[in-house]
Write a protein that binds this ligand. Structure first.
Ligand SMILES: [Zn+2]
Length: 443
């Protein structure tokens, strides 16, 4: 049993309750009680106590879209890489990296992504992996890391035609095998989806094959209309827009995540709504790639479930939250839009997205919910409560303010020290692996 107490506790459930000097008690991976610190300590005197030191106790954050394969790119420059469009970003950087990823490289990338997520109070990560240098076993390698670190994650492999049929088939097999494995494990720590890169690198034949190999209760995870090339390709080759084509191929549905969704027509938005497909916005990555601004406000007006991810641009969901608001206001040239929507995306919609893959409720502090908890070092100097906590979070918090992270009732980070693995040893291995990868990219 573990009590995390002596903090300002925000439940972030539908009632959004605030407990001054609050505490949360967990047992066996779930929350059993929420209340005042003194009362919980009295109720469970035998429980281990983790002191929040007056900071803010919140549910652990969920990142609904990321890419483990990109972890070794930090600080990298590739000779001659000077992209002038989105396709050149993919081909010149991300595909160049993932074609050279070994299983050891994937392993290091997974470790670093999970460590950085824990440091930012992110306790669940949806990953969309590609490693065309070593496909077979790559999701198992990532799951092995997640299991060893006791990290909660939902994995899939990006199927694509870009490297030929043999590799496409291996990618389909990797999804199918991993889905079987995740189902057999029946654990609420590791889940699987069926990954697809993006419509413009997937023929109808490939989409049909993927559909055939996917169990009905598993969703797809795919990039949708991220760049204009995805729209033009669909119009040129299939005489229909991207979402229409995906709908016709059976890819949409309530368990499917459509990442990005930037260049959408009103008709495509209606299709996403009619199929109850989830959308995940990745604002920083979209700005970095200069691909445009997702019509998040219009999607949410239509009651489409829009969540927040990072696309691995950062692992800091609070930074992503800020940028999500800024891009919407900047794009609309209206300083009064987006606030309600971005808070909804990170705190409520990501929890709803979590509920479509995981069994235990995520993203809230409530009895019966997963014991995934983040404590932020934050001392307010203006009034603080449930009614204005969003303003404090938006302007006063950052991911690196996280001091303790608890996942499934286990302390993954305490006083900013990672406990769930040997960070220095992993860093040393990653450094050697990154040097080799960089050498081959610039050799
Ligand atoms: Zn992505």
């Amino acid at each position: 049993m573990l009590i995390i107490g002596n903090g300002r506790l925000l439940t972030r459930d539908e009632r959004n309750t605030y407990h001054e000097n609050g505490a949360v008690c967990c047992d066996g991976g779930v929350i059993v009680e929420i209340g005042k610190t003194a009362a919980l300590k009295q109720m469970y005197p035998e429980a281990e106590f983790l002191d929040a030191g007056g900071g803010v106790i919140m549910p652990g954050l969920i990142n609904a879209h990321s890419h483990i394969y990109s972890a070794l790119s930090r600080g990298l420059s590739i000779k001659g890489y000077n992209p002038v469009n989105f396709y050149e970003v993919l081909d010149g950087m991300w595909w160049a990296i993932d074609r050279r990823l070994t299983l050891a490289g994937t392993r290091c990338s997974a470790s670093q992504t999970y460590i950085d997520s824990i440091k930012n109070g992110v306790t669940t990560l949806y990953d969309h992996h590609a490693g065309y240098g070593a496909i077979e076993g790559s999701l198992f390698e990532i799951a092995d890391v997640a299991r060893a670190m006791h990290y909660r994650t939902c994995l899939c492999y990006e199927v694509s035609d870009r490297d030929g049929k043999e590799k496409r088939d291996a990618a389909i097999r990797e999804n199918a095998e991993f889905i079987k494995h995740a189902k057999a494990q029946n654990s609420d720590m590791i889940k699987a989806m069926f990954g697809l890169h993006a419509a413009f690198t997937l023929s109808d034949e490939t989409l049909e094959l993927c559909f055939k190999h996917k169990p009905a209760d598993i969703g797809f995870h795919i990039h949708v209309a991220e760049g204009m090339n995805d729209v033009y390709d669909s119009l040129d080759r299939y005489a229909k827009r991207t979402v229409n084509r995906l709908h016709d191929m059976g890819i949409l549905g309530k368990r499917t995540i459509a990442g990005h969704c930037i260049h959408l027509s009103p008709g495509e938005m209606e299709l996403l709504k009619a199929t109850d497909t989830m959308v995940v916005n990745n604002p920083e990555s979209n700005m970095g790639n200069a691909v445009g601004c997702s019509p998040v406000l219009q999607l949410m007006d239509r009651q489409i479930l829009v969540g927040l991810g990072t696309d691995a641009y950062t692992h800091d969901m609070l930074e992503s939250l800020k940028v999500a608001l800024l891009i919407q206001r900047h794009n609309a040239m209206m300083p009064n839009v987006g606030w309600r929507e971005v808070m909804q995306m990170l705190f409520y919609n990501n929890a709803k997205i979590g509920a479509r893959a995981f069994t235990t409720p995520l993203g809230v502090l409530a009895p019966g919910a997963a014991a995934d908890i983040a404590v932020f070092d934050y001392k307010p100097f203006t009034p603080f409560g449930a009614d204005n906590a969003d303003g404090h979070i938006l302007f006063g918090f950052s991911g690196k303010g996280c001091v303790h992270t608890v996942i499934d009732g286990k302390i993954a980070m305490k006083d900013r020290t990672i406990l769930c693995c040997d960070e220095e040893e992993i860093n040393a291995k990653t450094l050697e692996t990154a040097k080799k990868l960089w050498g081959s990219l610039n050799g």
